[in-house]
Each structure stands twice: as structure tokens, then as C-alpha cells.
Design a protein around this ligand. Structure first.
Ligand SMILES: [Fe+2]
Length: 255
């Protein structure tokens, strides 16, 4: 199993703090059946800056450590980029880390409470340059929860999305869990990933999430989501089914 989003690299963001914590996370990942774990540290989120060259060094270091300890997990380089106005200008500076060098899929994080007005422009500019944004955990963005059509428009113009396993497993509450299901049901989910930060409060829960998806939507949906992560790691682009709009549920017949 491939997990495309985690904060396993020690000491560079709010994920693992020490090499021992990183190793502990790696062990849990292996128990979950993960063979390849993308390390996707925060970049430009207001607290952390992690450019490509530094990420590659940290990944190589952690892989060596895991090999020495005979832990069968491969760490792959990635990055979680907070959207910012000058993002396109920085594409030429080689500071970003796509999930595959040929595929150029980038994990892009929106602020949690709104969607910036310039986001659509950035996604469009990325697509012109053959980059594909994967919007991480849209199910936790309060503006998208209120108005899912915003996400629909991004997807129609080529953006992909990654739902966090803990959201599906109910760790962020019922509202976010239900909205995650709405997104899957509307073909607005392309990946599930752990976004694991540690082994307890922000763990993996990937198996549980896939099991829930299978139970609720059938085995084909589980395989679709699971295989998309594998395809990306192999540099193959994914199939994107036509999304549908999410209609707000009627509340006491008021709407
Ligand atoms: Fe993350």
C-alpha cells in the first residue's frame, strides 16, 4: 500500500520530532501494510519552509536509518505546499517536490477557514505548465464544506483531491466524516492518505479508512482510491470520473 501524505521526517515541521519518533511512525506504517510512504513536510504554511533540496537529504537519511534497522519501508520525497500568491513564480526555482518527477503532481494545502480568491488562477497556471494540484483534505476546509461547488469547479478544471484517512475514520467528528463520504459519493475524491504526524493523536488509520470506504461504497471504490496512489508512485496519471454536484441536505424543510 502507498501512502502519499505524511509528516514522518524528523525535526522539520510539526510531525515527528526525533529520529526515534520517525522510526516509531515507520513501524506503525509497516503494520498497516504500507510499503511506500511519501514524506510531505509543510512548505510555506507560515511556520515551516522546506525546499526540495533539504527534503531529498532528509529522505535519504531516513531511508538509510530504516535500512539499518531492517524496517521494510521506503520513504519517497514529496511536499505539502500551502497555496500562496507567488507560487507560480517559484516553479522555476526548483523548490517544489512533485510526487513523481514526470507526473508533476503537487500536494497543495488551502487555509483551513477559507479558499483564497486567487486559488483558481493558481490551479489554472499550474495546469498550463503540466502540473496537477492535489488539494489535500478539502473535507476540512470550512468554506468548501459550506459550498462544495467551489471544489467541483477546481476538479472540473483538472485539480485532484486527497481525503485524509482520519476524516473518514471519524477522528475529526461527524460533520467532517459525513462530508468526506459526500465527496467520495460525488466522485470528488481521488486519493486517501494518512497525513500522519505521529503515532497517537495524528496517526495513520489508513486501513480503517479503506475498510469503511469498501463497506459504504463497495470494493471497486476502495481499489480505485488505493490504486491511484500506486499509479502516482509509478509516474502514471490517474483516471478521473465525472464529478457530480453535492446538494445540501434539506434541514427541516427550510431550504
Ligand atoms: Fe499534512
Amino acid at each position: 500500500m502507498i501512502d502519499i501524505h505524511s509528516h514522518v521526517l524528523p525535526g522539520i515541521d510539526d510531525g515527528a520530532e526525533t529520529i526515534e519518533q520517525a522510526v516509531a511512525m515507520a513501524k506503525v506504517a509497516v503494520e498497516e501494510g504500507i510499503t511506500h510512504l511519501y514524506a510531505t513536510p509543510h512548505h510555506r504554511n507560515g511556520r515551516y519552509e522546506n525546499e526540495r533540496s533539504a527534503i531529498l537529504e532528509h529522505v535519504a537519511h531516513l531511508n538509510t536509518e530504516l535500512q539499518q534497522r531492517k524496517i521494510p519501508l521506503q520513504i519517497l520525497p514529496g511536499q505539502e505546499i500551502r497555496i500562496y500568491k507567488e507560487l507560480i513564480e517559484d516553479l522555476d526555482r526548483d523548490v517544489f517536490t512533485p510526487l513523481h518527477h514526470e507526473l508533476k503532481y503537487l500536494l497543495i494545502e488551502l487555509p483551513s477557514n477559507h479558499v483564497p480568491a486567487y486559488a483558481a488562477e493558481i490551479f489554472f497556471e499550474l495546469s498550463l505548465r503540466n502540473y496537477t494540484p492535489i488539494i489535500v483534505h478539502p473535507e476540512r476546509n470550512s468554506e468548501i464544506i459550506e459550498n462544495p461547488d467551489i471544489l467541483y469547479e477546481f476538479i472540473i478544471t483538472g485539480a485532484l483531491t486527497q481525503i485524509t484517512a482520519s476524516s473518514i475514520a471519524g477522528k475529526f467528528g461527524k460533520k467532517i466524516m459525513n462530508f468526506s463520504n459526500d465527496l467520495i459519493n460525488a466522485n470528488m475524491a481521488h486519493f486517501i492518505a494518512s497525513d500522519a504526524h505521529n503515532t497517537d493523536s495524528r496517526g495513520f488509520h489508513l486501513v480503517k479508512a479503506y475498510e469503511r470506504v469498501q463497506k459504504q461504497f463497495g470494493i471497486d471504490m476502495r481499489y480505485y482510491l488505493q490504486e491511484n496512489a500506486e499509479l502516482v508512485s509509478q509516474g502514471k496519471s490517474i483516471f478521473t470520473p465525472q464529478p457530480s454536484y453535492i446538494r445540501k441536505k434539506k434541514f427541516l424543510g427550510i431550504f
